[in-house]
Design a binder for this molecule. Structure first.
Ligand code: AMP
Length: 181
């Protein structure tokens, strides 16, 4: 699941994974839980996350490779928030081969709507990185580092674009339609 912060990746990925009967693997959730549990990884990741920067590739990639080898991921998984740049995409292919990701689902939402949604989420959920300054940085980081993945998966014929504006069920319906094709 690909898309800018605030596009609804987490919400939709959770529903989609449930519908497909596969685990929803969110690197953001995994990292937040490491921070909350004060693990070594959490301690190393925390400052990057609070600034809205990417956690170094080697830390996140090791975490994902480990997770994908667990038993519940054998029959498939929905990755949310990974890869976040082309180097991470390549690291996955290196570890598991070219079939590691079947399809990249790109949720498209324009920037103005994103900021509104993220500010609202910050108020509702109290996420430390949903403050206005950090949101702006996360959107910049997305444009600079993650957006090149659109081209990466498009050129490999593995990209499906889905309009992310609308209600949660509307967007969910579009995702299901794309997967049915
Ligand atoms: P998310 O919940 O996906 O918005 O992720 C929250 C934060 O976790 C991001 O702003 C990054 O600091 C970090 N993060 C999540 N996934 C990755 C990743 N694949 N690579 C590097 N940092 C990540």
């Amino acid at each position: 699941m690909l898309g800018p912060p605030g596009a609804g990746k987490g919400t939709q990925a959770e529903r989609l994974a449930r519908a497909l009967g596969i685990p929803h693997l969110s690197t953001g959730d995994m990292l937040r839980s490491n921070v909350a549990n004060e693990t070594d990884l959490g301690r190393q990741a925390q400052a990057f996350m609070e600034a809205g920067d990417l956690v170094p590739d080697e830390l996140v990639t090791a975490m994902v490779i480990d997770r994908l080898q667990q038993e519940d991921a054998v029959c498939g998984y929905l990755l949310d928030g990974y890869p976040r740049n082309p180097a991470q995409a390549e690291a996955l292919v290196e570890a598991f081969g070219d079939e590691v990701l079947e399809l990249a689902l790109m949720l498209e939402v324009d920037a103005e709507e994103l900021i509104q949604r993220l500010v609202l989420r910050g108020e509702e959920q109290g996420r430390a990185d949903d403050t206005e300054d950090v949101i702006r940085n996360r959107l910049d980081v997305y444009e600079e580092q993650t957006a090149p993945l659109v081209e990466y998966y498009e050129s490999r014929d593995r990209l499906a674009r889905v309009q992310g504006l609308g209600t949660i069920p509307e967007v969910f319906g579009r995702l299901i339609e794309v997967l049915a094709q």
